[in-house]
Design a protein around this ligand. Structure first.
Ligand code: FEO
Length: 401
């Protein structure tokens, strides 16, 4: 018997949402989730009853209660794991123990991950083109390897035309509405871009290939149901277009100036640079790494055509917060960027050189030389930095034409 107050939420005639909202999570393996997240899971009630994905382990009571609100959990016949990262598989062992399904399906790589994490065995492997009958409808599978794990796949239920897209087309957002068309679009825009920048940017080419391939797969998709954030039923093209734009990473007339500072010298340089860029007609975001975490910085990197990083030197090294950001951004491989390195120093000045070297290693174009200033910039030096900002703004405007 279901003794919980949690209920399943209808998605379509034969599908229910049985996931969980995590309003409190603020750190998702280093990604700052300021608006929480959701772990979406789905129940397909056809002649065979199927559960698609699970939730983080601490939310399993909630998921089982939602299932039990519409059907006896013992009636679940099939479990599908589209993606085995623990935010979707943490509750899987308990789900399997509870419902004892006839079959559990995952990709070949998924069977290995689920075995390694939980010792799960006897998982059936599926690949692109495979399809299982669940009665009146079929569930088919498409391999989306490295989007964003080796095991990733999506599944499609043809009776209700739903694409269960796991992490793809999702975002970290706990929202009361289930549907994207009931949410504030500006929040969706920011959180979807943030998710793409921090989770998927490294795989941008694969995203473009998937978007190109989708129409040819012959799936009549009416609903996109990701594993995070709201579901898409009215304006699927909006999220598909946002993904394409984010993946293409074309130059834009936006600039990010991100900096660390010890005694405000690098901060003064950052503000002068931003002033020059703004004067040249560029929209600028200024991020002080004392208050902007690495995932907020990466979100701005992804949508900016120019990225300026500034930091002081500390103990012959770039200031630690900037080192962290450089390491993080480099791993996500942003493309089509103009870069600029700057910073203040007192003794030896390795910090700025290290920033410039990292920007170069990322493939950024560096039209202006490294700008380093000893101790504190003078008024004259700040005016020169404003001029540098204007020059960089002009170069960026040319790239955007
Ligand atoms: Fe939402 Fe890759 O896990």
């Amino acid at each position: 018997m279901n003794d919980s107050c949690f209920s399943a939420v209808p998605v379509s005639p034969n599908v229910w949402w049985v996931g969980a909202r995590d309003w409190s999570v603020r750190n998702f393996h280093g990604y700052e989730t300021g608006r929480g997240s959701t772990y979406n899971a789905f129940l397909v009630i056809d002649e065979k009853v199927t559960v698609i994905d699970a939730v983080k382990a601490p939310f399993m009571d909630e998921m089982l209660a939602r299932i039990a609100s519409v059907i006896d959990p013992q009636k679940v016949d099939i479990v599908i794991s589209n993606h085995s990262e623990p935010d979707h598989s943490g509750g899987l062992p308990r789900l399997i123990d509870t419902v004892r399904p006839e079959k559990v399906y995952a990709s070949m790589a998924g069977t290995k991950t689920l075995g390694a994490y939980y010792g799960l065995k006897d998982i059936q492997t599926v690949k692109t083109g495979d399809s299982i009958s669940v009665g009146r409808g079929n569930i088919s599978f498409v391999d989306t390897k490295m989007l964003h794990w080796p095991d990733s796949m999506v599944s499609f239920y043809d009776l209700d035309n739903i694409l269960f897209s796991q992490d793809a087309f999702g975002m970290h957002l706990a929202s009361s509405p289930l549907w994207a068309d009931e949410c504030d679009r500006s929040i969706l825009d920011y959180e979807a871009r943030k998710y793409f920048a921090n989770i998927l940017n490294l795989q941008a080419d694969r995203i473009i290939a998937l978007l190109d391939a989708l129409p040819g797969l012959g799936l009549d998709i009416k609903i996109i149901a990701p594993d995070h954030g709201p579901l898409w039923r009215r304006d699927l093209q909006w999220i598909l277009d946002l993904y394409r734009e984010a993946a293409e990473q074309k130059y834009s007339k936006r600039a990010l100036v991100a900096f660390s500072t010890m005694w405000h010298a690098t901060e003064k340089m950052a503000k002068a640079l931003a002033e020059g860029l703004r004067t040249a007609g560029i929209e600028v975001a200024l991020c002080d790494l004392d208050v902007c975490d690495r995932s907020a910085v990466m979100t701005e990197v992804a949508r900016s055509g120019l990225v300026a990083f500034g930091a002081p030197t500390m103990n012959n090294q770039v200031f630690p917060k900037m080192a962290d950001v450089l390491n993080y951004v480099k791993g996500l491989r942003p493309r089509n960027k103009i870069g600029f390195a700057f910073g203040a120093y007192g003794w030896s000045g390795e910090g700025g050189k290290q920033i410039a070297a990292e920007l170069e290693a990322m493939g950024f174009e560096l039209p202006e030389p490294l700008c380093q200033i000893k101790y504190m910039p003078s008024q004259e030096e700040l005016c020169k930095i404003v001029e540098t900002g204007k020059k960089l703004g002009t170069v960026l405007s040319e790239r955007c034409q």
